[in-house]
Design a protein around this ligand. Structure first.
Ligand SMILES: [Ca+2]
Length: 174
């Protein structure tokens, strides 16, 4: 109960913080870099952030400000595509936020905050999820030699992140 209260307060503070400081990280920089770290796959456009690290909530806010959502992976093929892109671009040394969280309902029920859908496809790294420290969000990275796999982690960790949209955002029309 106490941990949920702390998380709720943390979320509120993080969201407020993001609102107050949003001019510091909103699309001006992104727009100047739109030709890099963008790719398409089966009706989605993805943007891989390597500019700054932030917590889950601020990453979510950032993606929404671009008309996008945090990364939502629904199949082995999609996870593989992301893995291949990151490896090809040499971006596989980072950890990236996905939209996955279990804060909304109960610890064993993971949901994509982007769509509200229960998660049915998982790509956990070996030994995960281990929920060692109120680990209520999911990051993806090369934690071992298993490629792009997932780890439950505290939502307040600072990570890079991947945004996605289901329409073509190259021209900011989404
Ligand atoms: Ca973990």
């Amino acid at each position: 109960m106490l941990s949920k209260l702390v998380l709720t307060i943390s979320f509120s503070l993080c969201f407020l913080c993001a609102c107050v400081h949003n001019e510091e990280y909103v699309s001006q920089y992104l727009q100047s870099r739109r030709t890099t770290n963008w790719f398409n796959y089966v009706g989605k456009t993805y943007y891989v952030d390597t500019v700054f690290k932030t917590n889950y909530y601020k990453a979510m806010h950032y993606c929404r400000q671009q008309g996008m959502q945090l990364l939502t992976i629904t199949s082995e093929a999609e996870n593989k595509k992301i893995e291949e892109y990151l490896k090809e671009k040499g971006l596989n040394g980072n950890r990236y936020w996905t939209a996955a969280t279990n804060l909304g309902d109960r610890p064993d029920r993971w949901v994509w905050s982007s769509t509200g859908h229960l998660i049915t496809y998982f790509k956990w790294d070996a030994g995960e999820p281990n929920n060692t420290d109120s680990e209520n969000c999911i990051e993806g990275a090369w934690f071992t030699t298993n490629g792009f796999t997932w780890n439950d982690v505290t939502c307040l960790r600072s990570n890079h992140f991947i945004c996605e949209a289901t329409t073509d955002c190259y021209n900011l029309k989404c």
